[in-house]
Design a protein around this ligand. Structure first.
Ligand code: FAD
Length: 282
């Protein structure tokens, strides 16, 4: 059962084509009917989606009329470029931002930005814009893949939270205990901000497995084995995935998670199936 104070949000990525953008807008319009607290839109580190992210955010915010948060990453962007974007967002009435370090796409060389870690970006946003933005940061219940170890990653998360973040969204995971353990540990270290689970609906095993390896999210063995056993049977993969993720969300909300953030991959149905299973408010 979710508390009335819970917050719900949907994440999109900016598309390269007109057709992809139309699809994104249709998805966003459908999801807007469920009255989420906000949408967010990813940013290609190094500025590869700078204009597309900006245009998508402003369009979702203005035309679809759901407050929309741009993601902003600091590797590969100069302070001047970041400042410019912050000013544009502020001038357009955007009030929330997801502040990240980012990962430069392979082939873009070494990071050339002036800020190296997300905690420095949070400090920069606060210094430049005061309290204008609600700042979200990323959290990794199963540890960031480049962290030296879990304890080190916790320390880094605490530093980032204390740099001026208002709340956090986690990397996706499929084991509710990892989330509860992470929250308990950082709360003991003095973190008081809400940490909202990031939810990845399961729709395609091959791409999920590849992406999970890269971002350090663990697919539990029993889930992996069952998904593998379905082979090309997409309907069974989706039905099983929906059941697994819905049950996990139920456990998360019952255990006090302050909301859910859906990684939609620009599709409405997989997130809405979970939403409806959970009987979340419309
Ligand atoms: P940081 O918090 O800076 O951490 C990165 C690594 O450095 C960690 O291993 C950490 O332990 C370590 N570290 C942190 N601070 C310090 C420090 N001061 N000194 C030494 N080590 C430190 N990527 C994109 O490119 N675009 C997006 O739009 C995007 N959206 C995302 C949204 C969410 C909700 C999440 C969870 C991730 C998203 N990512 C996105 C991925 C993210 O950019 C990568 O995971 C990236 O590798 C780390 O970003 P971060 O902000 O967590 O980095």
């Amino acid at each position: 059962m979710s508390s009335p104070d819970c917050r719900y949000s949907f994440e999109f990525f900016p598309t390269k084509t007109e057709a992809g953008h139309e699809k994104l807008l249709n998805t966003a319009r459908r999801l807007a009917e469920y009255k989420p607290d906000f949408f967010s839109c990813t940013y290609g580190a190094g500025g590869s989606t700078r204009d597309r992210t900006l245009n998508t955010v402003l369009q979702l915010d203005r035309d679809v009329q759901v407050p929309t948060a741009p993601h902003l990453s600091c590797v590969g962007d100069s302070k001047a470029e970041l400042r410019q974007l912050l000013t544009t967002y502020k001038d357009n009435g955007i009030r929330r931002i997801v502040a990240l370090r980012g990962d430069l796409p392979s082939g873009m060389g070494l990071a050339s930005g002036e800020l190296r870690y997300a905690n420095e970006l949070v400090e920069f946003i606060r210094a430049e814009t005061g309290d204008h933005f609600h700042i979200e940061i990323a959290a990794y219940p199963e540890m960031h893949p480049q962290a030296r170890n879990f304890e080190d990653d916790l320390t880094n998360f605490v530093r980032k939270a204390q740099a001026g973040a208002d709340s956090a969204i986690t990397q996706y995971f499929f084991n509710a205990d990892s989330y509860f353990y992470f929250v308990e540990r950082v709360q003991k270290l003095g973190v008081e901000i809400d940490i909202v689970p990031g939810i990845m609906p399961i729709t395609n095993y091959t791409s999920l497995a590849r992406f999970s390896d890269a971002c350090g999210a663990e697919i539990p063995r029993w889930v992996r084995k069952q998904l593998e056993a379905y082979g090309d049977d997409v309907a069974s993969i989706q039905a099983f995935g929906e059941q697994v993720v819905s049950q996990m969300c139920e456990t998360l909300l019952a255990g006090g998670a302050p909301g859910l953030h859906f990684y939609t991959l620009n599709q409405a149905d997989p997130s809405l199936a979970i939403w409806n299973n959970l009987k979340l408010p419309r």
